[in-house]
Design a protein around this ligand. Structure first.
Ligand SMILES: *Cc1c(COP(=O)(O)O)cnc(C)c1O
Length: 431
């Protein structure tokens, strides 16, 4: 059914000798969809080119960061200029201050912040802070929400962990996992009950308030009310993990989309403009617990790295231009409409869910509201769909538990391509 990819295949064989599964992050191995993972030679604008010289419209966007499209000239120049002045100092720089101010502009709830080098580091540090500030050990997360590969958070995680049907990782001590309590996403009643029972032991609730790592799912109003209630009543901190939704679900993240002010926020992906950056931050009184002001320790040799801040500042400043985000959102809405029309026309059992510039096609006959619903989707069909989309020149995330990410470089030609390919792939994958 698929194309042949001789050079990717050969590289995969070499890679498997030296890296587990031949990859540096598990979802890249294409285990969930079958076929050969494509080794990428280069990317420009909305397109990826693999080592076999085949070109694809990219809907992964490096899992979100490529919101301006790949290799945007201003960003490339900013990185090169910064590199000329030195790639790391291990001392403070003006760029870090500027970057923090730009981030604050998008996220007014982040009164103070720290820069780290990945989303994982951001969530790990945020829960350490929540535990330190509240002097409680328990944390609450939701099934299917992925917060990076932090030990405490690799419990019922979505994303790559979900694709493998191994929600829990080996190597996470049971003593640690016992402090992580999980509930279904959108289960407001469950959250109220859990806090009624164990409220005094729980430091925080961490969530993807709009999920991306089990596909795009929006929270219900009751679920959001329950979050407010447990914060009010039990003093638990609400942590929005916006590593994926930040600058994506809305220019101001899920918190702007939902009009909900979390105590702490985690950012990653877009914030680094394609270079390794994470951010955690929020209420100034909480951030004052971070060393050297307070007793919660967190550090990083490459934190606030000059190349990463150059890419981040440049990306965010472009994104800040009037109507820039809205245009990407409109493109995503056009893809949504096109996919919905194709689903209706072919009477396919599929639903499309979108938030801002993130969009998921689920093979489900009803709206997907939580992880059970996401698991109940026809993932075998998604695998076939994925391979046909590749053949048709569209690069989708290689798992049915993910969102697609649209960029500023996706124009009408790309919208048409993506919609036409989906029409074909919906029809063929039905068999
Ligand atoms: C990607 C992601 C992370 C982890 O970020 P890394 O940079 O991969 O460590 C954490 N939380 C969410 C919601 C993510 O999407």
């Amino acid at each position: 059914m698929g194309l042949s990819h001789p050079k990717s295949q050969a590289l995969l064989e070499r890679a498997r000798q030296v890296m587990p599964g031949g990859v540096n992050s598990p979802v890249r191995a294409f285990r969930a969809v079958g076929g050969t993972p494509l080794f990428i030679a280069e990317a420009k604008g909305a397109y990826l080119t693999d080592v076999d010289g085949q070109r694809y419209v990219d809907l992964v966007g490096t899992w979100g960061p490529a919101i301006l499209g790949h290799a945007r000239q201003e960003v490339v120049s900013a990185i090169c200029d910064a590199a000329q002045r030195g790639t790391s100092f291990g001392a403070p720089t003006e760029a870090e201050v500027t970057m923090a101010e730009v981030v604050q502009d998008f996220f007014p709830s982040i009164e103070m912040m720290r820069m780290v080098s990945s989303g994982t580091e951001a969530t790990m540090s945020a829960i350490r802070l929540a535990r330190g500030a509240t002097k409680r050990d328990g944390i609450v997360k939701f099934e299917g929400c992925y917060h990076g590969h932090v030990d405490s958070l690799l419990v019922k995680a979505g994303s790559g962990a979900a694709s493998f049907g191994e929600p829990d990782s080996a190597g996470v001590p049971a003593d640690l996992a016992q402090h992580t309590l999980t509930l279904p996403f959108n289960d407001g009643e469950g959250l109220r009950r859990l806090f009624a029972e164990k409220g005094e032991q729980l430091s925080c609730v961490i969530l993807e308030a709009i999920t991306g790592n089990m596909g795009v799912i929006l929270p219900t109003p009751d679920f959001l009310s329950a979050l407010e209630e447990v914060r009010e009543r039990y003093g638990a901190l609400i942590i929005f993990d916006e590593v994926m939704t930040g600058f994506r679900a809305h220019r101001g993240g899920a918190q702007a989309y939902l009009d909900f002010k979390p105590d702490l926020t985690c950012l990653g992906k877009v914030v680094g403009g394609g270079l390794p950056v994470g951010v955690y931050g929020g209420r100034a009184d909480l951030m004052s617990h971070i060393s050297p002001l307070g007793l919660v320790y967190q550090a990083g040799t490459l934190s606030g790295n000059p190349l990463a801040t150059a890419a981040g500042i440049t990306t965010l400043n472009i994104l800040k231009q009037p109507d820039f985000f809205e245009a990407i959102e409109a493109t995503t809405a056009s893809i949504e409409q096109g996919w919905n029309a194709a689903i209706k026309e072919g009477q396919h059992k599929a639903v499309v869910q979108r938030a801002g510039t993130m969009i998921t096609l689920f093979f489900s006959d009803k709206p997907v509201m939580n992880f059970d619903d996401a698991q109940a989707c026809d993932h075998e069909r998604f695998g076939r769909f994925h391979q046909i989309m590749l053949r048709e020149g569209v690069y989708l995330p290689p798992s049915g538990y993910e969102a697609c990410f649209v960029s500023a470089m996706h124009g009408q030609a790309e919208i048409d391509h993506i919609v036409n390919a989906a029409k074909i792939a919906l029809a063929e994958s039905a068999k």
